[in-house]
Design a protein around this ligand. Structure first.
Ligand SMILES: NC(=O)c1ccc[n+]([C@@H]2O[C@H](COP(=O)([O-])OP(=O)(O)OC[C@H]3O[C@@H](n4cnc5c(N)ncnc54)[C@H](OP(=O)(O)O)[C@@H]3O)[C@@H](O)[C@H]2O)c1
Length: 312
């Protein structure tokens, strides 16, 4: 019997772009409680290059070789024992633990969802680590309510662009920060006020917000403490904020992470399908150009999500 092979991108040691190696390996078999997905598209997340460079090795050490990529869409190729609710030929999207930058991936199904027909594979691959992260920050941790005011840093990014739209969908007033090149874009997503972070100090333009969603960290996070009203919340998806400072100011501050609930993935998919939310593809690269995709992601600038096209 001949082994069926697939193209993949593997990393054999921590390092730069050159560590992304295009390789042929055997197509994996789904274990019990897993499915095999033929991958269509993969969202390139900042954490993907952070893993590759070893920036997360103290918290999440990698076992080599590893295949990058967690945010995906594709078609179910095979269903392992013990899996219910999925069948061969079904279009799906969601999150795997890693391993998406390959023609096929085996994964458990706890964060895999049926893709609505009206949602493209590209759009679907932007959801995990983008809108799903925004949902967790705004609604699970931030408990954002209609009528509240929220400041969203990096409003044009993969997370921020979704956060602006989800906060508006909830009925909040949205203030966003981005560079001049993205101001009109952030406005088109529904932001009521947009601050160009390069020419304006946001803390001079906005005060007394109920919630800050920080996707930048560093100096931006530090300066954000002063704009939250007493009793309000400061959530960062980029860095752990100072709890001591939060206590002194009478606000709640925390790092926002973790997985979005099923309802988040399903609702976001539905909102995009119905045209109530936009998913922006910054640029699409074929899998073999993954180094260029990571390089672009590492600039930390741009709109929406970079996508890798793996299959058809
Ligand atoms: N905790 C979690 O679960 C979680 C999940 C996903 C992502 N993250 C983290 O969140 C961060 C953002 O992720 P992402 O996927 O949205 O990144 P991204 O798609 O690469 O977006 C980066 C955005 O940041 C903006 N930006 C850069 N410097 C800025 C500043 N000083 N002020 C305001 N905006 C600025 C850029 O806007 P311009 O182009 O206009 O400069 C760009 O739109 C990353 O650090 C990522 O690792 C955390």
């Amino acid at each position: 019997m001949t082994t069926k092979m697939m193209q993949t991108v593997r990393v054999h040691q921590y390092g730069g772009l050159e560590e992304l190696q295009l390789e042929q390996i055997a197509i994996p078999q789904p274990a019990d409680n897993e499915i095999l997905i033929r991958v269509h598209s993969v969202g390139v997340l900042p954490v993907d290059w952070a893993y590759r460079e070893g920036l997360m090795k103290d918290i999440y050490p990698m076992q080599f070789p590893f295949i990058s990529g967690s945010a995906l869409s594709g078609v179910v190729e095979e269903v392992g024992k013990g899996v219910f609710g999925f069948h061969q030929g079904q279009a799906v999207f969601g999150r795997a633990d890693r391993g998406a930058c390959a023609e096929y991936i085996t994964t458990k199904v706890d964060k895999i969802y049926k893709k609505p027909d009206g949602l493209s594979f590209e759009e679907a691959a932007t959801i995990s680590g983008g809108a799903s992260t925004a949902w967790v920050a705004l609604f699970e941790n931030g408990k954002l309510l209609s009528g509240q005011r929220v400041l969203i840093h990096a409003a044009a990014g993969g997370v921020g662009s979704a956060a602006v739209q989800l906060a508006k969908w909830k009925g909040a007033e949205v203030i966003g920060t981005c560079s001049a090149a993205n101001v009109e874009y952030a406005q088109s997503l529904g932001a009521d006020t947009v601050i160009d972070y390069k020419t304006m100090a946001f803390e001079k333009e906005v005060q007394e917000v109920d919630l800050v969603l920080d996707a930048v960290g560093g100096n931006t996070l530090e300066r954000s403490f002063s704009v939250v009203k007493r009793g309000g919340k400061l959530l960062s998806i980029a860095e752990v904020p100072s709890l001591k400072k939060a206590e002194q100011l009478g606000i709640h501050a925390q790092f926002s992470g973790g997985f979005a609930p099923d309802k988040a993935f399903e609702t976001i998919a539905q909102l995009i399908t119905e045209g109530k939310m936009k998913s922006t593809i910054a640029k699409e690269f074929p899998l073999h150009e993954i180094r260029a995709a990571h390089e672009l992601c590492q600039t930390g600038h741009g709109r929406g999500r970079i996508i890798l096209r793996v299959g058809n």
